[in-house]
Design a protein around this ligand. Structure first.
Ligand code: NAI
Length: 328
């Protein structure tokens, strides 16, 4: 077996945590030969519930689970971590203004960014799932000046997986036949799920679909509003699928994309595709050896350009709002 990997999870006593921890502990991230050390962060009032979750982790007797540590101090929990999955965030509650939401989350992600900066392992990679994920990642990144910017990413893999599933159903294909799908932009209703460069069994996906109306009026809104549809049906927001995507994203980052495919990851823009530099924006990326690269040279038509710019505009506004609050 290889040396253990130290994985921090924040918001570990929450809904997503309840699915995520068991998958991580059972080896879903790096396989059965890599021992996992879990470092779980919660706010003080949730520590008792987290102790209960740890009792259940114990009761699974997972061979890959090397150790579990819990606490409410990010400086301690992030000590030496190789991977930090930032899931915990302040949800929007009734009557909460957008500015209140941004500042509540700002406090969380400035503190966690600093703690990661000071205590994480040199090879740390940070994936942000907690919403607003892109802007939370921007805040953490901006408060961790010693960690290379490439080490921060926000989760759009759930959107990517949702798009794969919708496209497979529409075309009667298998998700394994679909390659090169892209989520552009923000993990929000303005995201742009793009199938114009995607392939189904080697054929262009948009041509296989052959119905621009379906793409514009059904596919894109269904993917972008899937989170709301889950809440409507389940009475609670998506959790198991979010946990699964969180693991997919981290595994892809650490172990690489397969030849002839790519993944969607919200990363710090370098100006590719005229997306303003410094925004945490979802791009098509290939990964290898723990590094990502934005796929270059895709042709962008007018329809795509409009949608890519609209979601960038929303991220600019979020960035300006947190700048105004002094969070970045
Ligand atoms: P939840 O409310 O069940 O759990 C969140 C947990 O975070 C709570 O246990 C809370 O005590 C904890 N927490 C709050 N502040 C914290 C802090 N400063 N440090 C550590 N822990 C803290 O929420 P759930 O359903 O698990 O979702 C978590 C987040 O993930 C939400 O922001 C949600 O909107 C987001 N999400 C993102 C998705 C994506 O695709 N990017 C998909 C689904 C959810």
């Amino acid at each position: 077996s290889t040396s253990p990997v130290k994985v921090a999870v924040t918001g570990a006593a929450g809904q997503i945590g309840y699915s995520l921890l068991f998958r991580l502990a059972s080896g879903a991230l790096l396989g059965p030969d890599t021992p996992v050390q879990l470092r779980l962060l919660e706010i003080t009032p949730a520590l008792k519930a987290l102790e209960g979750v740890v009792m259940e982790l114990d009761d699974c007797a997972f061979p890959t689970l090397d150790s579990v540590e819990i606490g409410d101090d990010p400086n301690h929990i992030f000590d030496g971590v190789n991977l930090a999955l930032l899931v915990g965030a302040r949800p929007r509650t009734k009557g909460m203004e957008r500015g209140d939401l941004l500042s509540a989350n700002g406090a969380i992600f400035t503190g966690q960014g600093k703690a990661l900066n000071d205590h994480a392992a040199d090879d740390v990679r940070i994936g942000v799932t907690g919403n607003p994920a892109n802007t939370n990642a921007l805040i953490a990144m901006s408060n961790a000046p010693d960690i290379p910017r490439e080490r921060f990413s926000a989760l759009t893999r759930l959107d990517h997986n949702r798009a794969m599933s919708q496209l497979a159903t529409k075309t009667g294909s298998k998700v394994t036949d679909i390659k090169k799908l892209t989520i552009w932009g923000n993990h929000s209703a303005t995201q742009y799920p793009d199938i114009f460069h995607a392939e189904i069994g080697g054929q262009n996906a948009a041509e296989v679909v052959g119905d621009q109306g379906w793409i514009a009026d059904t596919f894109i809104p269904t993917v972008a509003q899937r989170g709301a549809a889950i809440i409507e049906a389940r009475g609670a927001s998506s959790a198991a699928s979010a946990a699964s995507a969180t693991i997919d994203a981290a595994r892809t980052w650490l172990t690489g994309t397969p030849e002839g495919d790519w993944a969607s990851m919200a990363v710090c823009s370098d100006g590719s595709y005229d997306i303003p530099e410094g925004l945490i924006y979802s791009f098509p990326v290939t990964t290898s050896n723990g590094e990502w690269q934005i796929v270059q040279g895709l042709e962008i038509d007018e329809f795509s350009r409009g949608k890519m710019d609209a979601t960038a505009q929303e991220l600019i506004e979020e960035r300006d709002a947190v700048k105004e609050l002094g969070l970045i």
